[in-house]
Design a protein around this ligand. Structure first.
Ligand SMILES: Nc1ncnc2c1ncn2[C@@H]1O[C@H](COP(=O)(O)OP(=O)(O)OP(=O)(O)O)[C@@H](O)[C@H]1O
Ligand SMILES: [Mg+2]
Length: 315
């Protein structure tokens, strides 16, 4: 549904994005994850026809976003980083205006406005001045505006930024509900958000794609070594020293030392499952094995690893 090939945008001498390529299948929710200044908004503005790329190309629903911009834009709903809402309008009148602007047939305008207000749950605020709406409700009006012409593709630039935790949950649920047939790209620097919503993630850093995969695969691929959480009933120092001396064990950290139970994090060498060795060492020393489980890498750790200079790109 969306193809992006070697997209590059220079601002003067500065490359905001460089050779960005990815594709999004119909019905997919793709997370566009990156720190500030990574190039997320730049890419989205090119996809939505607001910005011309320096080189490379992109197509939405088969239409080139530069040479067939009008056709492409008909199929895109865009929630920009800062939604330009008209403060002195009500959601209903603003959406009617947006509908006409987006070429919704006049006979359909009212029906369509009611539908998107229903979908984004703003019907009961339809007649409140936009200037009086909370940030969460303004964001809903922004989403409603993006949906007004029933586009196949939604491009949402940091849809939950600046919202309180309750509003974030609501907007995420809304977005999830908008999926299905629609293809969605959403940008964020909030990691749990992409884990919750997206089937696939593109990590962008300093204008370049650093990784692209499912959340699970990203975690798998980046797990260079095994990490195991172990709770042992036994003397802290002795437990730590004995386990650290086992073959294949790289490091043993004490996470918490309780009265009699010590909680440890054990790093094992890559492709070296140390769990059985840990278990028998604990038991043969007469200690109690209370808990043992492999610790998966959180997306946060993956992200830091991928975007930290030393570690570089794991492709
Ligand atoms: N109009 C412009 N002129 C010059 N430089 C720009 C312009 N727009 C963006 N940039 C630069 O391009 C880089 C990428 O910006 P972009 O807004 O795409 O990042 P982003 O990933 O959306 O960041 P954020 O998370 O802060 O929204 C930044 O370094 C930014 O300063
Ligand atoms: Mg941005």
């Amino acid at each position: 549904m969306i193809q992006v090939e070697n997209l590059t945008k220079y601002y003067g001498e500065y490359a905001a994005i460089e050779n960005v390529s990815f594709a999004v299948e119909k019905g997919e929710i793709l997370g566009f994850l990156g720190p500030n200044a990574a190039g997320k908004t730049t890419t989205m503005r090119i996809l939505t026809g607001f910005l011309q790329p320096t080189s490379g190309k992109a197509a939405v629903a088969g239409f080139d976003v530069v040479s067939e911009s009008l056709e492409a834009r008909k199929r895109i709903g865009y929630l920009p980083e800062n939604v330009p809402l008209y403060d002195d309008m009500t959601p209903r009148s603003y959406l009617q205006y947006a509908a006409r602007l987006k070429g919704v047939e006049s006979r359909q305008v009212n029906k369509r406005v009611e539908e998107v207000m229903e979908a984004t749950r703003i019907t009961d605020h339809a007649e409140v001045l936009i200037s009086k709406l909370s940030k969460g409700y303004r964001q809903r009006v922004g989403l409603a505006q993006a949906l007004i012409h029933n586009p196949d593709v939604l491009i949402l630039d940091e849809p939950t930024v600046g919202l309180d935790p309750n509003q974030i949950v609501e907007i995420r649920q809304l977005i999830k509900g908008l999926g299905g047939d629609r293809t969605i790209i959403l940008s964020t620097h909030i990691l749990p958000e992409v884990e919750m919503l997206c089937g696939r993630i593109v990590i962008i850093h300093e204008g370049k794609v650093a990784a692209m995969d499912t959340p699970d695969n990203l975690a798998l691929r980046l797990r260079r070594a095994q990490q195991i959480g172990v709770h042992v009933r036994g003397p802290e120092r002795e437990v730590q020293a004995k386990l650290a001396a086992l073959p294949g064990v790289l490091r043993v950290q004490v996470v918490r030392a309780g009265d009699s139970v010590v909680e440890l994090l054990v790093d094992g060498e890559e492709k070296h499952d140390v769990r059985e060795a840990l278990a028998s060492a604990i038991v043969s020393n007469g200690w109690g094995l209370r808990h043992m489980a492999e610790v998966g890498m959180s997306l946060e750790e993956i992200f830091r690893q991928l975007t930290s200079e030393e570690k570089g790109v794991a492709a």
